[in-house]
Design a protein around this ligand. Structure first.
Ligand code: SAH
Length: 261
């Protein structure tokens, strides 16, 4: 069967390096689940190595030409190919609220949306690993004080331990992307529940980073905080100076303040 034509609008950059495909498949290390979902298998370069593992591999792929290729070449996948858009599909039609891992050489045009959807489903996802454009992988794993630290870093690291694993050059893809790629892993924290409202936490983080250069006192004005609260030192800080734990603590005190007014 013919190879799949790479379609730009679907972010298709197919891996051609077997060693790297295997190395990515090996980034899954937990044993707390029996199912893995690969997002965007394309022609199955990574899938091949997942199928060698002791887990049930499911794949979700939006491109019908790739699905046809997978059906023809990976009989072992049989009825575990889901032809859907990962961002729109309710995966529990297949997974029934079970725990599963996510992996992929992800479509870079929807990278951050994939991470946000994973965070929404964190109760089911103990482990998430794979490849993004390097800058996004680095951003997810960035620590406070660094320039790349932002919304994605704080939200992901509130619930997961994040590790940047290795960098991959454009030359191992067909067609090569314009940027370097980075492989990272998220491992869910043992206790990933927040001591404050999650909705408020998202709001504080997103609003705080809307204006990176301003102090939190300025950027969080719309929360109408009390004067007693606004004099606290933490409000003199800029968002990138706050650790993940400090963002959580800040949300807790804001939550109390809102409740008291
Ligand atoms: N994993 C393959 C292909 C990576 S390219 C490899 O390493 O060679 C990214 C893949 O994601 C493409 O196959 C593309 O069709 C698929 N894709 C793009 N958007 C998607 C979406 N919303 N849902 C599921 N798959 C998607």
């Amino acid at each position: 069967m013919n190879k799949v034509r790479a379609k730009k609008h679907l972010g298709q950059h197919f891996l051609k390096d077997e060693t790297i495909a295997k190395k990515i498949a090996d980034t899954l290390i937990l044993k707390s689940y029996s199912k893995v979902l690969e997002i965007g298998p394309g022609m199955g370069m990574l899938t091949k190595y997942l199928l060698e593992k002791d887990v049930d591999t499911y794949v979700i792929e939006i491109d019908s030409e790739s699905v046809e290729y997978l059906n023809a070449n990976y009989l072992k996948l049989s009825n575990r190919i889901i032809e859907e858009d990962f961002l729109k599909y309710n995966i529990n039609e297949v997974f029934n609220e079970e725990q599963f891992a996510i992996i992929g050489n992800f479509p870079y045009n929807i990278s951050t949306q994939i991470v946000f959807k994973t965070l929404e489903m964190k109760a089911q996802i103990p482990e998430f690993s794979g490849m993004f454009q390097k800058e996004v992988a680095a951003r997810i794993c960035a620590k406070h004080g660094s320039k790349t630290y932002g919304i994605l870093s704080v939200l992901a690291q509130a619930f997961y331990h994040a590790e940047y694993l290795f960098t991959v050059p454009p030359t191992v893809f067909n067609p090569p992307p314009k940027v370097d790629s980075g492989v990272m892993r998220l491992t869910r924290k043992e206790d990933y529940s927040l001591p404050c409202s999650e909705k408020l936490f998202y709001r504080v983080v997103k609003t705080g980073f809307q204006q990176r250069r301003k102090t939190l006192r300025n950027s969080l004005k719309s929360f109408n905080l009390s004067d007693e609260l606004r004099v606290l030192d933490v409000f003199n800080m800029r968002p990138e100076q706050l650790s993940v734990q400090e963002f959580i603590d800040l949300t807790c005190i804001i939550e109390k303040d809102i409740a008291n007014h």
